[in-house]
Ligand binder design. Sequence first.
Ligand code: SAM
Length: 222
Amino acid sequence: MNEQELKAYCDPGMVTKRWIDKHVAGSALCAPSNLYATAAFTHKILSEGITGCLVECGVYMGAHPAAMSYVCQTVGKSRKIWLFDSFEGIAERGEEDDTPRIAHLKHGDFRCSIKKVRENLIEWGIDVKVMRFAEGWFHETVPLAQVGAIALLRLDADLYESTRICMQHLYNKVVAGGFVVVDDWNYRGVQKAVRDVVGEIPQLLKVPGTECHFWRKERVIR
Ligand SMILES: C[S@@+](CC[C@H](N)C(=O)[O-])C[C@H]1O[C@@H](n2cnc3c(N)ncnc32)[C@H](O)[C@@H]1O
């Protein structure tokens, strides 16, 4: 797949991009292209009938779950959307988290309360009834959550151990054709956590203009 084809693959269309720009892009820590990709992948999941819920581990203000839900609402199809977060910010850095760019990160950074996330979603016109809030540290919530099949697994927790726990417990729930999206592929700890669980990834692609990488489980993207 060349760069132009990849760009088209990660593009949800003008109407959705306008909605993202207007409502949620200012509340995300990532570039708008990341949010566009989340919306585009959700579109594909719904139009191809890929079964399962939509999951983000590391939600901050709730921008990505909002983009997922917006697409479901516009298409008229409902999916459960899981939001895993401490709502108290990130965990402690470990020895694998030695990428210079994140050397300044400390426990509690990127905190956004669950109350604020709920308020955001309501303000953006999102139906919070489809949202499943899994509040707490991943090592406490992820292994016990009754998640079921997953169509989209989005990981955005910055650190090795946080990412590893999510991959270890949720990756086997991703269905064939489901999407796995890793926001911080440029962080050594995150990349190591993913590779420690899945090993080599046959077709790893990069969302153009971002550091976010993704693949589809047991499915070649053309
Ligand atoms: C970089 S922010 C997420 C950014 C968000 N996805 C966006 O694009 O705006 C990282 C999030 O992961 C959460 N987090 C990090 N490590 C965690 C852990 N071990 N358990 C629970 N939440 C964690 C933080 O609270 C924070 O909301």
